[in-house]
Design a protein around this ligand. Sequence first.
Ligand code: NDP
Ligand code: MG
Length: 405
Amino acid sequence: MQKYNLGYICQPSANVKKSIAILGSTGSIGTQALEVIASHPEKFSVEVLTSNSNADLLIEQSILLQPNAVVIADEKKYHQVKTALEKFPIKVFAGDAALSQVMEMETIDMVLTAVVGFAGLKPTLAAINAGKQIALANKETLVVAGELVTALAKEKAVNIYPVDSEHSAIFQCLAGEWNNPIEKIYLTASGGPFRGKDKAFLTTVKKEQALKHPNWDMGAKITIDSASMMNKGLEMIEAKWLFHLTPDQIDVIIHPQSIIHSIVQFRDGSMKAQMGLPDMKLPIQYALGYPDRLKSTFPRFDFANYSSLTFEKPDSTTFRNLALSIVALQKGGNLPCILNAANEIAVAAFLKDQIGFLEMSDLIEECMSAIKFIEHPTLEDYIHTDHETRIKAKEWIEKKLTVIR
Ligand code: NDP
Ligand code: MG
C-alpha cells in the first residue's frame, strides 16, 4: 500500500461496486448524492440512509432504494418509519447512538457524512473507527476536532475524501502531485449575497435576503454561513486538517462567478485550478467514485457565457466571522470548537429573527473570549466545550431578548 505525503493512501481504480451509507440522506447533499448513486447503479448501492426528523422523505427514499438499514435520529418518529417500512426487509433504528452503531455494519464500504453541524462528529468517528472510507461533506467535524479525526483516520488507514467543492478542487489539483509539497492554497468564495455591502447595510438584512445565495442551492445553515463568510472561515480550518497545511499556507480569494473552485500553488510557483459550473453533484461524484472520474451529464461550462472571471480580496473587517475564524485557525486547541458551537447557535437564532446579522459575530466573539481555552483537547473536552459554549451563547441571546422586551 503506497502512502502519499499528505497521508492519502493510494487506491487502484475501483471496479467493484461500493456500498454507501449516507448520514443525512434527506438534506441538500444527501439528496444530490442519491441522484449521483442512481445514475451509476453499476458502481454504487445504498446500504444505510439516515435523517434527523424528516420521516416522510426517509420513508420515500427507503422504499425506492431498499437500503439494508435506516436510522431516524428523532426517536419520536421511530414508529412512523417502522410502520411504513414493515413489509420491506429494512432494519429501522432511532436515536443518536444508533447513528454511530450502524456505522459498524460490515457491508458498508464508504460513508458519506452529510449531516449538518457538530452532530456529525460522533458518527463520523464511529465510521472511521470501523475502518470505513469517508466522503466528508460535514465540515464541522474537522473544524471541531480535526486533530483527533485525522489521527484516527491515519491509525485506521482510512482516507477522508473531501466533498466540499473547494476542498474537492484542491484534491483534484493534487492528482499526480502527491509527492510535490504545496506552497499555498487559495480557497475561492463567491462572496455570497452581501458581497461589497457595508456594515450599515448589514445591520438591516433579514433572513430572507441572507437565504438567497447567488450561485449555490444549499441547506439553510450553510447558506447563512456563506452570507456571513463563516463558511469560508470554517473551510480554512477544514483545509488545514485535510491537507496538513499551516495557517499561512491558506488564503481566501473572492471569485463571484464560482467557476474556479479553488487553486493550489506549488513550490515552483506554478498554480493549478479546478473549474466547472457550480454543481455539488460533481464533487460528490468525485469523492464517491475516486479514483475514477465517472461519466456525467451535468451541464458543461460554456466560455461564451462568461466574458470574464474576476477576483477580489475578502473584506474581513465588515465580515468579522472571517477574522474570528482566522484567530481560531491560528490558535487551534478548542477555539475552533467554540467558534463552531457559537456559530451554530447564532445561525439558529438569526433564522428565528432573534438576533441581527452582525450580532452573530458579536455572539461568537463573546463566546471565544468567555469559554476556557484548552490547548490539547480530548474528545470529552470537545464535547464539554461544545456544550458550555451553547449554554453561554443561549444566555447571551436570552439577555438580549430580555432587554428588548
Ligand atoms: P441540510 O440541512 O440540507 O441537511 C442536513 C442533513 O442532516 C439532513 O438529512 C438532516 O435531517 C440531517 N440532520 C440534521 N441535524 C441532524 C442531527 N442532529 N442528527 C442527525 N441528522 C441530522 O444540510 P446540507 O446538505 O446543506 O449540508 C450538510 C453538510 O454538508 C454541512 O456540514 C454543510 O456544511 C456541508 N456542505 C454542504 C454543501 C451544500 O451544497 N449543501 C456544500 C458543501 C458542504 P432532516 O432532513 O431530518 O432534518
Ligand atoms: Mg464549500
